[in-house]
Design a protein around this ligand. Structure first.
Ligand code: ADP
Ligand code: NI
Length: 225
């Protein structure tokens, strides 16, 4: 077995991270449902920021955040249960089994599943889940929700269709109501589902932005503006 110096390990890890970024850049070409390359890069940057604060393992956090959507159930239904896209990438980079398992576990825990969402086991996983959730709120969150809605032929709003509270994983996945309802069914819930203090702080302003947007939207819809 070959022993590497500390700086050699860092250089190898940096190369793997660059390769992961290159991999997702190709993977997400043409994607316009809110899960694009830029989303994963924002999650990577946010997750690293949280990881620094929490003294979490930055290599694990980097790989998991960059790869977190390559087996998403909407984008890659055939690999969403076995996470084979992420697994194959990690194998191609000769990542050891222990690191690989940690990365895959984070990817499994990341998604919002209504009341069946999981609280991650490790601090690395908490950072990635928080980062993914922060990117679903604030101005970017509003933009992504309408991008997703347009991509899936959803109506923006219909006052006749009320939002459904407290959905299970199955109900959330099978729901295809309006984009405004998505705010009540997911986006407004996220601030109370965050794990780290730094993420809760960032979420405050982003959450207020969502509420301001909704008030303005409903006022304009009802002709009050
Ligand atoms: P997660 O990242 O937790 O797996 P999703 O894949 O459900 O979340 O969502 C990815 C993006 O698409 C988010 O910004 C989310 O708000 C948006 N989105 C998901 N479902 C809907 C929906 N029904 N209407 C509008 N936007 C949605
Ligand atoms: Ni995501």
């Amino acid at each position: 077995m070959e022993f590497l110096s500390f700086s050699e390990v860092i250089m190898e890890q940096n190369q793997v991270i660059l390769n992961a970024i290159k991999y997702i850049k190709t993977f997400f070409v043409g994607e316009s449902s809110g899960h694009d390359y830029e989303h994963s890069i924002r999650v990577y940057n946010l997750a690293l920021r949280l990881a620094t604060n929490e003294k979490a393992d930055s290599f694990i956090v980097s790989l998991a955040s960059i790869l977190h959507d390559v087996d998403d159930r909407k984008l890659s239904p055939n690999t969403s249960s076995n996470k084979n896209n992420a697994r194959e990438f990690l194998k191609s980079q000769n990542i050891d089994n222990e690191t690989s398992s940690k990365v895959i576990e984070i990817i499994e825990e990341v998604s919002f599943k209504g009341k069946d969402s999981v609280v991650p086991k490790t601090i690395e996983s908490k950072c990635v889940q928080d980062a993914d959730r922060l990117d679903a709120i604030g101005a970017i969150g509003v933009a992504r929700a309408f991008a997703y809605g347009g991509n899936h032929n959803r109506k923006m709003y219909d006052p006749e269709i009320p939002p459904k509270a407290n959905q299970s994983e199955k109900e959330y996945y099978n729901n295809n109501s309006t984009t405004i309802n998505h705010f009540y069914e997911k986006l407004l819930l996220l601030k109370d589902m965050l794990n780290t203090e730094a993420a809760k702080e960032i979420a405050r302003k982003r959450h207020e932005y969502l509420e301001g947007f909704l008030n303005e939207f409903i006022d304009e819809w009802n002709g009050r503006k």
